[in-house]
Design a protein around this ligand. Sequence first.
Ligand code: SF4
Length: 244
Amino acid sequence: MSNANVIEIFSSVQGEGKYLGCRQIFVRLADCNLHCRYCDTNFKHAENCLIETSAGSMTFRAEKNPVSTAQIVEVIKTFSETAPTHSISFTGGEPLLHWEFIRDVAIAVKNLGLKIFLETNGTLAEEFEKISDVVDIVSMDIKLPSVVQNVFNLHEKFLRAAQFADLYVKIVVTDETTREEFLSAINLIAKVNPNILLILQPVTPVNGVKAISPKKILSLQSIALRSIRDVRIIPQTHKFISLL
Ligand code: SF4
């Protein structure tokens, strides 16, 4: 059994992508291997792990980090007993930095029948391969060069490793997204597998970030649909109703 620095664990609703609206238990792991410009996630090492006191209460107690898989498994069991749950979302930060912890938790909760959902920045293919047998759903971000350094070679490896899972790809698009970098991302996905679902997520305009115009996002969808079969525009929805 392994330990990890976990930022928080709580029960809420998936607010993005293909599984929008599904009840999930979120396990937010510390640390990330990237430094995106618009990152609004608190993923830094924390002294304590915040644990929701009951599923959906939005109040928390603190336990010292690192926490053990046994502690997290206990919370998952309690939450799923009181709130029927679709899946456990391992998020971050970059959760694959803690692949051993994810594997241990996934195996320990197998009998609860919850799906294992991985939210990843899609740059750690080798780590993914170590746990691909316990992961059911992969939500992979493609990071555009205007957001972080160019990591397309890492994305390509990851797409090839994960393409046969229940995989969808998400690209956060902003007013600054250029046609060139967007086309490069589309070509990358289409080269690996044009049947991979693509979600275009308009950046949430907070902390001084400028919203993307409706005209621009519609034009990006049209460009993507020339090479990729299914392209959907879905904003972050949990923030509309102040969910965690
Ligand atoms: S990959 Fe995600 S968590 Fe990491 S810096 Fe980028 S937006 Fe933040």
